[in-house]
Design a protein around this ligand. Structure first.
Ligand code: ATP
Ligand code: MG
Length: 630
């Protein structure tokens, strides 16, 4: 069966299609109804079925592959490596589950996990899934204020954390940040469970704080059975990246998510039991949930959990791991590839990558020069895939497991099975069906399994934010612009709030960025629209030059600025030409590596940049502020 037929079945006979996918996981009670969409947009999947994510990720494999590696932990920060078999993982998860229970955690309670990339973080997630507690993992790179707002929102009974993490060899003490966050939050956890890595000194609050190791010793022989949960029960909440504003607490179910991941492992990633999957993301992001922890394990694969940078000890470290663990499927982000691009390309050729069948990239637009660079360097297929925290798994890509469609650079691909993706006119709501017409990318309900159930404790925000943004249509808005070409391939042109309106011409920031980054002197660029009394808006570009001396050499900067403008004129036309191209050493990004265009725009317009709790390095925004003042 070709992909077109596979997709058609998923849309025209969804019950039959998803019932079949549902058999990829194990149920305690089989579902009575595949899809209940009687209260849109609150779609419920596999109603009446009971199952457990931890059972499917761990226990289920004990029969056939108990001694096979399940979790491979590599830390280049602390120079440690440890492999847990499925049997060992099962044991650690049961111990952790027993510890959480001893601290008072039961079904439906929230457990907030604020941890570096260490095995205990995965044990905690799986232990929550096992006993039916709802985990809420907060990225370990966040400081107290961001953490406090998430503690307040999730109201966890227990927080699991550690003394510290390490980044580029520098220790980051987590515990003082956590203590401060708890102090700031009106909600107080009953207990805090702490893994002591002996990286940073750690003060304990008597009666509240518990050390992992001694508590684990009390539960060495723990046997904690999986709690059979309703398919529609809540498995976890996770916050969006906060690129466009206040992060949203995405709530996910149990059964639909398990099925969605199992299906994606087969039809998209083509990972087989016994092989090794390597996702370079962090457990604090959705990719870490779906494709470091749950997805690969559900598929019976070993998963690599990596603590460290892509360029330490050198830029070959990831490929060294691919060779050592015979990785077959790899997942990373364009931002990471851009980091590697600044290094010697010889590293891409140094190791035996013959096991690797594909490198999946997601999170931001994958520009063509970056895609070509990594594709030529590695000699493996590069598979762009587009999705969101909200969806939990890819919305657009090329489904290699069914039929490997040819990739087109610049396009993540076609709608995945189960997703009715459309392009609508943003103000009339009219569907745009002709090739290359630009509109908002939306998803028509019912949304497929794995998709968010609602915004945690805020059904109204879920409906209002996502389902009522297009006049007269109840569709889910991705808040991304896109077009579809004559072959049905989608192109994501940027966020709906990233459009520039120059004298009535609507331009996507991404188009201008692509054009500018095709100049050989430019390493990376951000384009924003800035209010202009004459034209409404003008485009303003901030670029990182390949040659950093350009930043301080006024004459060289002026020359490069002129060349870049000429290039945009040629490629897109004078209307798209930025009013200025300024050079900086760093661009403001979120912790997950996404450009914070809204913050740049606000600074350029002299406004308050708003919620900056997710920014990676505030000095990047300061550089822009200083430039604007000149
Ligand atoms: P917030 O919703 O809080 O503003 P965010 O949208 O950055 O943050 P995520 O869910 O992490 O949070 O990111 C999803 C977004 O990332 C998509 O809506 C899209 O804008 C972008 N994106 C993800 N993958 C791709 C891709 N392959 N190509 C283009 N854009 C992508
Ligand atoms: Mg978003």
């Amino acid at each position: 069966m070709g992909y077109a037929e596979f997709y058609r079945r998923s849309i025209e006979q969804p019950d039959e299609f998803w019932a079949e996918q549902g058999r990829l996981i194990e149920w305690q009670t089989p579902p009575q109804r595949v899809c209940d969409d009687s209260h849109p947009p609150f779609t419920r999947w596999f109603v009446g079925g009971t199952t457990n994510l931890c059972h499917n990720a761990v226990d289920r494999h004990l029969k056939d592959r108990a001694e096979q590696p399940a979790l491979i932990w590599v830390s280049t920060e602390t120079d440690r490596e440890r492999v847990y078999s499925f049997r060992e993982l099962h044991q650690e998860v049961q111990r952790t589950a027993a510890m959480l229970q001893a601290l008072g955690v039961g079904k439906g309670d929230r457990v907030l996990i604020y941890m570096p990339m260490i095995p205990e973080a995965a044990f905690a997630m799986l232990a929550c899934a096992r006993i039916g507690a709802i985990h809420s993992v907060v990225f370990g790179g966040f400081a107290s204020v961001s953490l406090a707002s998430r503690i307040e929102d999730a109201e966890p009974r227990v927080i699991v954390s550690a003394d510290g993490g390490s980044r580029a060899g520098k220790v980051i003490a987590y515990k003082p940040l956590l203590d401060e966050a708890i102090r700031l939050s009106s909600h107080k956890p009953q207990a805090v469970l702490l893994a002591d890595r002996q990286l940073a000194p750690m003060e304990r609050v008597a009666g509240r704080d518990h050390d992992w190791a001694p508590l684990r010793d009390k539960h060495l022989d723990a046997q904690v059975a999986c709690e059979w949960l309703q398919s529609t029960d809540i498995s976890y909440t996770i916050y969006t990246s906060g690129t466009t504003g206040r992060p949203k607490g995405v709530q996910r179910d149990v059964g639909g998510y398990a099925v969605a991941l199992a299906a994606s492992m087969q039809h998209i990633f083509q990972g087989r039991a016994g092989e090794t999957y390597f996702s370079t993301s962090d457990i604090g992001w959705v990719v870490g949930h779906s494709y470091i922890v749950y997805g690969p394990l559900i598929a019976g694969m070993a998963t690599i959990m990596y603590e460290g940078l892509p360029i330490r000890p050198d830029a070959g470290i990831w490929w060294k791991l691919v060779e050592k663990y015979k990785v077959t499927v790899m997942f990373s982000a364009p931002t990471a590839v851009r980091v590697l691009k600044k290094q010697d390309p010889a590293f891409l050729k140094k190791y035996d990558l013959s096991s690797l069948r594909g490198l999946f990239l997601a999170g931001e637009p994958l520009d063509e020069p970056t895609a070509r660079w990594i594709s030529d360097g590695l000699g493996v297929p590069i598979i762009d895939n587009y999705w969101q925290t909200e969806s939990g798994w890819p919305i657009l890509t090329i489904a290699g497991g069914v039929e490997r469609k040819p990739a087109k650079f610049g396009s993540p691909g076609v709608p995945m099975y189960g997703y009715k993706v459309k392009i609508l006119h943003e103000s009339t709501g009219e569907e745009l069906t002709r090739p290359n017409e630009k509109g908002v990318v939306v998803i028509e309900g019912p949304t497929p399994p794995g998709f968010m159930q609602t915004v945690w404790r805020d059904d109204e925000r879920f409906v209002r934010t996502y389902w009522q943004s297009i006049p007269g249509k109840q569709v889910y808005s991705t808040f991304d612009w896109g077009i579809r070409d004559a072959d049905g391939y989608f192109y994501i042109l940027g966020r709906t709030d990233d459009v520039i309106n120059v004298a009535g011409h609507r331009l996507g920031t991404r188009e201008i960025e692509e054009s500018i980054s095709s100049h050989p002197g430019v390493a990376e660029v951000a384009v924003v629209g800035v209010a202009d009394p004459m034209k409404g808006q003008v485009a303003m570009a901030f670029a990182i030059p390949k040659d950093s001396s350009v930043i301080t050499d006024a004459a060289a900067a002026l020359k490069l600025e002129g060349d870049v403008m000429k290039l945009v004129d040629q490629q897109l036309g004078a209307v798209a030409r930025p009013s200025r191209v300024r050079f900086v050493s760093l661009l403001p990004k979120t912790r997950s590596g996404k450009l914070l265009r809204r913050a740049i725009q606000a600074v350029c317009e002299g406004r308050d940049p708003g919620d900056l709790t997710t920014i990676e390095d505030p000095s990047a925004l300061q550089q822009i502020k200083d430039l604007i003042k000149q």
